[in-house]
Write a protein that binds this ligand. Sequence first.
Ligand SMILES: Cc1ncc(COP(=O)(O)O)c(C=O)c1O
Length: 421
Amino acid sequence: MFTALVIFTIPWQYGPAARLVPVPATAAYLDPMASIQENPGEPNPLRALTLDRLRCRTSMKWRTYPEDVLPVWVAEMDVPLAAPVVRAVTAAMELGDTGYPAGTAYAEALAAFAAKRWGWDGLDPARTAIVPDVMLGVVEMLRLVTGPGDPVVVNSPVYPPFYQFVGHLDRRVVEAPLGVGGRIDLDVLEATFRGLGGVRAGYLLCSPHNPTGTVHTAAELAAVTALAERYGVRVVADEIHAPLTAPGVGFVPYLSVPGADRGLALMSASKAWNLAGLKAALALAGPGAAADLARLPEEVSHGPSHVGVIAHTAALTDGTAWLDALLAGLDENRHLLAGLLDRHLPGIRYQPGEATYLAWLDCRALGLGEDPAEFFLERGRVAVNSGIPFGTGGAGHVRFNLAASPEVITEAVRRMAAALG
Ligand SMILES: Cc1ncc(COP(=O)(O)O)c(C=O)c1O
């Protein structure tokens, strides 16, 4: 998690909600029917809450900036929770079931979800461990396979806590920047692995990738595996955004890739069902990494919240219709944003991603310098994430959170365009 420290100087009243712009036809790679068949009656959760209601929230997205700022930054979603999650947590409250977590229900729910959703039946609950959240899970996995001072490769630009947590763990971040179209550049990755000089090393893979929304293909992941094996680099895949692929786009779990059996992965229901405040995640090991995972200290399992585990389990088990409605809504928002930018901010380049609810906006042509987020905040009263903490390739970019209503997205773009005058 990361926050921006900002001095607020320019008052700006929140304007009336802008008119909803019609959503252009979906691109050929998307098949909305693939996701909405399961429960066509489930409403789009992104249209359920008013801004007034959202402003009552006390979480980071809503309390970091003053009320006149429209927040489309940190990865929280403007949605009510899926009903099965509310039911499960409410039942736990009524029962007083608020002790310590036990058992493998979360792993079993994820295994069933993975089999149904991604056709992957290789998730063995015996090779999993509950961890407090994904980033602390990443830290624990890197601790298992690297030592102090060892390098950890990341594909910049990437989720800023990758730098923060790896640094805090006393490992060294080494960047292998993404290549054309936000895809992993395998030549750069190989050169980076080779340059590590044979020391013990990790590769923290973000799959799907935050902030570009890139979904790595099976072929790309197979090539990653081959390189990792050739250079003795241990892969830790952060797959928190896995359930958030656009309708019709297939996600490939890293551990399902042939040859990836020494890999470790982190999964969680927290991003896709907006459960970051209900702490829990799962670490997964391939067969060749089972012995490593077995060395995870028992006390790590004390970190996740039992209620979090209950909530995540319910989401994975009974929350798929809600998820599909969300995914359809997010896809509409991707196209809405692309259309709005075309019309009102043509200087911004945006390639809609195939996953996540984050949009990575290249603002370099606007001439706003390294940190356009600062300009949009001060002059437009819109909070987007600065690209700078995302590492090499981040300057001149901002990250925009699409998990909002079409009205909020439209108003955010209106404000950004107005700020430019
Ligand atoms: C790639 C990635 N990993 C991890 C996290 C944080 O997950 P957690 O809150 O479970 O640590 C995020 C949050 O946005 C993320 O985008």
